[in-house]
Each structure stands twice: as structure tokens, then as C-alpha cells.
Design a protein. Structure first.
Length: 311
């Protein structure tokens, strides 16, 4: 039992824990937007927000998602200067978004000079779950909340290529070894020892296995479980497919410095071909028809929430 004083201080926040949060639409503050070239992007943005709100209203009439507040916001980064909250979706431009947040917060002069390791391991940015309940509630209620998403199959294939087709001191020994051991018949000793050389079909077997030998990972976790779009009212929904224009419009919306533009460079493996729909088709050919259907089913909510066309 909590002390009476602590119970009283938390009572205004209790509705955020384990309950459904209505995704009411709030108008975007367009005070800082200059020029008429953003009209089409703004119109698209309003349609995305309305679509997600409508989906959540219908979906949650049948099933209410429940989770604890701290877990709900564990993937959200905070930038207090411009009062923005960014929910990180890996393989949807997140590295460059973290660079931009570092510039917005005054931690760096330019997004172009920040290394990959500094972005992901420097711990310069603070997450929303590191605040007390009052701090979390205040920011959720008053800051501009944004998310960038990507076609689920493209995001999945991009994650596989990044983590398993290049040397990796974490994903090969942790995920690769377990995947090869369980799903590759007659695996050789080198593969079992290093975890290198995981095939896409083996990776999908792991993804679809209800008894996975290792847990899930944020790089292929569903957006519905990373950012809870039906529980948190995101004010801005960007898409990787229109990343540059969406990002630069958002930066205007929040009053970013005029010279700050979203970086165009590829964060890692810059010589590799980008994961395009055609690249995805080549990988999906390695799967059976049933495996393709089950993989789509795995990301079904993400397809629906963000109005992506099924492959």
C-alpha cells in the first residue's frame, strides 16, 4: 500500500495506467510555417491523423489495449527546448531523427557530424520514462508528439539486412547462434559458433515461432507495440516513404532553426542498395506462400493503422 500522500499525488495520473486513452485530435500549431509549398503535405498529414483516429475508434471498440504508463512511453525521446516527443521506430529514419533532436536541444551544432555510435550509445537524449509521473503526464499533455513509420515488410527486410548480412558483434552471437541452432538442420560448427550467415527464411521462422529461442527486438517489433498509436495521441505521423518532406515540414511546425534540415545521408552501409519494394520482393521469394501470409498477419495492425497496402 502506498502512503496517503503518494497516493494523492498520483491520483490525477491513474487514468493513464492500464486504461484506454482516447485518441482525440488536436490541431497542429502552424504558427511557424512559412510559405505555401507545404499545403499538400499538410493535407496529407491531416488525412493520416484522421485515418488513425478512425481506426483506433473502431479497433478499440472491440478490444482495449492495456499497459502500464512507464512501459507505454519507454520508446519516446524528449526534447524540452522545442517541446517535442519522438517515438523511435527503428529502420524508419530513427538515427537521423536522434541527430536532429541533439541539434534542437543544443547538444550539437550540426546533424552531419554526429557518429552512429554517438547517436545510439552516447546517451545524450533523455527518454520519457526517466521522468516522474508528473513529468510524464505534463509532457504527454502539452508537447508535440510525433512518430515516423515505414511499410512493415520494407522495415523487416531492412532490419534483417542490417543486422544479419553485415558483421555484428551483438546480433550474430545473440540472435544468429540461437536461430541457426534451432532452424538449420545439419548446421556446421562454424555457423553454430559464430551465428553468422543467418538466412532470411530462418529469420522468418524465428519471427513466427511462438516459442522463440530468443526474445523480440525493437528493430522488428510491431509499431503497435513500440509506440502504442491507439493509446498515445500522436500529433504528427510521418512516413519513411516521404521522409524528407515530412520531416522538414515538421521542423517548421515546431519552430526549428531555419538552417536545420533533415539529413539525407544513409546512416550505415551507405554503399548498399536501399531496401526498396523490389528488394523486398526478392527476399519474399525465399518464403513459402504460407510464410508470407503469416508474416503479413504478424504486422497486420501496422498495415491497418497506417494505411499501408498489403504486399
Amino acid at each position: 500500500r502506498l502512503p496517503a500522500q503518494q497516493r494523492a499525488s498520483e491520483s490525477p495520473l491513474s487514468w493513464l495506467r492500464g486504461v484506454y486513452l482516447p485518441p482525440a485530435l488536436h490541431p497542429l500549431n502552424k504558427t511557424f510555417v512559412r510559405g505555401s509549398e507545404w499545403q499538400d503535405i499538410d493535407s496529407t498529414q491531416e488525412k493520416r491523423r484522421a485515418f488513425l483516429q478512425d481506426f483506433c475508434r473502431r479497433y478499440n471498440s472491440r478490444k482495449k489495449l492495456q499497459t502500464h504508463l512507464v512501459h507505454l512511453v519507454s520508446r519516446i525521446y524528449v526534447e524540452d527546448r522545442h517541446k517535442v516527443l519522438y517515438c523511435e521506430v527503428p529502420k524508419a529514419g530513427c538515427s537521423n531523427w536522434k541527430r536532429v533532436l541533439m541539434v534542437l536541444s543544443g547538444l550539437a551544432a550540426s546533424a552531419n557530424n554526429i557518429s552512429h555510435d554517438d547517436v545510439h550509445y552516447g546517451k545524450h537524449l533523455r527518454k520519457l520514462d526517466s521522468y516522474d509521473l508528473k513529468g510524464i503526464y505534463t509532457r504527454l499533455s502539452t508537447y508535440t508528439k510525433f512518430i515516423f513509420v515505414r511499410d512493415p515488410m520494407e522495415r523487416l527486410v531492412s532490419a534483417f539486412r542490417d543486422k544479419f548480412e553485415h558483421p555484428n558483434s551483438y546480433y550474430h552471437p545473440v540472435f544468429g547462434k540461437a536461430i541457426i541452432k534451432k532452424y538449420r538442420h545439419n548446421a556446421d560448427e562454424v555457423a553454430l559458433k559464430t551465428g553468422s550467415g543467418v538466412k532470411f527464411k530462418e529469420f522468418i521462422q524465428y519471427l513466427l515461432d511462438s516459442h522463440r529461442p530468443v526474445g523480440m527486438d525493437i528493430h522488428w517489433e510491431q509499431v503497435s507495440k513500440l509506440c502504442y498509436p491507439c493509446l498515445i495521441n500522436y500529433d504528427f505521423i510521418g512516413k519513411f516513404e516521404t521522409l524528407e518532406e515530412d520531416a522538414n515540414y515538421f521542423l517548421q511546425l515546431v519552430g526549428a532553426p531555419a538552417g536545420l534540415k533533415f539529413p539525407k545521408f544513409k546512416d550505415r552501409h551507405s554503399s548498399d542498395e536501399r531496401t526498396s519494394p523490389e528488394v523486398v520482393r526478392q527476399y519474399l521469394k525465399e518464403l513459402s506462400k504460407e510464410e508470407r501470409q503469416l508474416t503479413y498477419d504478424f504486422y497486420y495492425l501496422d498495415y491497418l493503422m497506417f494505411n499501408y497496402t498489403s504486399p
